[in-house]
Design a protein around this ligand. Structure first.
Ligand code: ZN
Length: 426
């Protein structure tokens, strides 16, 4: 059963067509309609933005195996509330996405829940242990849209080269969490620099990222495989990606809202919600990342939504697991800093949450043109809201943005024409 809707008088933003215009939008039979459908529910969109649903290339949904932190159900709700209609699920579940069976389970369960499109990634190596390749063709056949061992970088260059050869033939990108274990001693909990020395905490050096980015670019050039660097944190990493793109290589990079908003000077060692991997780096890195986003070296945002239960995060800065949730603050943090901060136009901002991530995984550009699937978000970017983690739909509340005042949130989200999130006051 599908309902039809008229979103009345909103500001339509469509990066795929360049449209930025006030008009009505029609939804019928799961698609954007050309004409107003009879008997439609009318939604007052005046003063709001009507956008294609957002895409997040980097989400940890924890199921199977980590349901105390998040499930495919709660993660789907968080995505819908965050304005996301397509998310890519990372492979570090238990078991990991290293068999066709697990990949197919995540895809099937996501479709059953039907609140957001869950596209599974496939692991590059068996058990994400970096020793033996998975059956990449079988994973792709089961629905894997990209290959990554996110969280545990493949260290073996020859193995990564073989993975890229196969991924290229399967027309799937390799996504890499860039961290060289020969430099990072595996004990670091934050960026290695002045702030870590002041706090007396073990550090993760920038070179750990830069070395793997350099390696991956070399292998992308050698194999012709598309390579996407996940959660880039450093000026060095962004500069390498910019140079590779200038040479025409198939290399992209993503920026998280937290690496855009925060740096190592902001870390409160009593708050483990500032602990994530890769870590927050220096103020200069943070500024370089913003510049890289503006000039296109980093083409898209991604959240690295990484839910952890409160008891795990209560183990102190040295022992707590890495990661923070991000789906429900992504619009607010990035809109507030970049559009309200007058660094970007609304269309440029939106392109980095829609058209650009779609391009990385080879999806059609999301659009509000008639005939397109009605994956739509209705955004309020005018009224401030305060981040109250207890109100999140995600099962975990580990965010460094608690009590921040933000502008920008989804007040309603449609997936294939079905209303999957709506604020009670709407
Ligand atoms: Zn990662």
């Amino acid at each position: 059963m599908t309902a039809s809707f008229i979103l009345s008088g909103g500001r339509i933003l469509d990066p795929a067509t360049g449209e930025d215009n006030v008009r009505d939008l029609f939804i019928a039979n799961g698609r954007i309609a050309e004409h107003p459908p009879a008997g439609a529910e009318i939604i007052d969109a005046r003063g709001r933005l009507v956008t294609p649903g957002l895409i997040d290339l980097h989400v940890h949904l924890r199921e199977p195996g980590g349901e105390e932190n998040e499930t495919l159900e709660t993660g789907s709700r968080a995505a819908a509330r965050g304005g996301f209609t397509t998310i890519v699920a990372m492979p570090n579940t238990r078991p990991p996405h290293d068999t066709a069976e697990t990949v197919a389970f995540v895809a099937r369960r996501g479709a059953e829940i039907g609140r957001t499109r869950i596209l599974p990634s496939g692991a590059i190596t068996v058990g994400r242990k970096g020793r033996e390749l998975t059956n990449l063709a079988a994973l792709a056949g089961a629905g894997a849209v990209a290959f990554t061992d996110d969280g545990s970088t493949v260290q073996d260059d020859a193995l990564m080269r073989r993975a890229m050869d196969i991924a290229r033939d399967l027309d799937r990108p390799i996504m890499d969490h860039a961290q060289d274990n020969t430099i990072e001693r595996q004990g670091g909990v934050m960026h290695e620099g002045d702030a870590s020395r002041r706090l007396g905490l073990p550090g993760i050096p920038t070179e750990a990222e830069a070395r793997i980015v350099r390696r991956d670019i070399e292998l992308a050039e050698a194999t012709g495989c598309a390579v996407h660097i996940q959660h880039v944190t450093s000026a060095a990493g962004a500069n390498l990606i910019r140079a590779a793109r200038a040479r025409g290589l198939r290399v992209t990079g993503e920026l998280t809202p937290h690496h855009l908003a925060l740096c190592d000077e902001d870390i409160d060692p009593g708050n483990t919600n500032f602990k994530m991997n890769p870590p927050l780096r220096t103020r200069a890195d943070r500024d370089a990342l913003r510049a890289a986003l503006l000039d296109g070296a980093l083409s898209c945002f991604a959240t690295d939504h990484a839910p952890h239960s409160a008891d795990k995060k209560a183990r102190g800065f040295l022992k707590a697991p890495f990661g923070i949730v991000g789906l429900e603050t992504a619009i607010g943090v990035t809109w507030t800093l970049l559009v309200r901060g007058e660094w970007m136009t609304p269309l440029d901002w939106l392109r980095r949450w829609t058209v650009e991530p779609a391009r990385v995984i080879g999806l059609n550009s999301p659009t509000l043109a008639p005939g397109a699937p009605a994956d739509v978000a209705l955004l309020d970017v005018e009224s401030p809201w305060i981040v109250h983690p207890n109100e999140f739909e995600t099962k975990s509340h580990n965010t460094p943005f608690a009590n921040w005042t933000l502008y920008g949130r989804a007040v309603a989200t449609w997936l294939a024409g079905r209303l999957v999130w709506k604020e009670t006051t709407l």
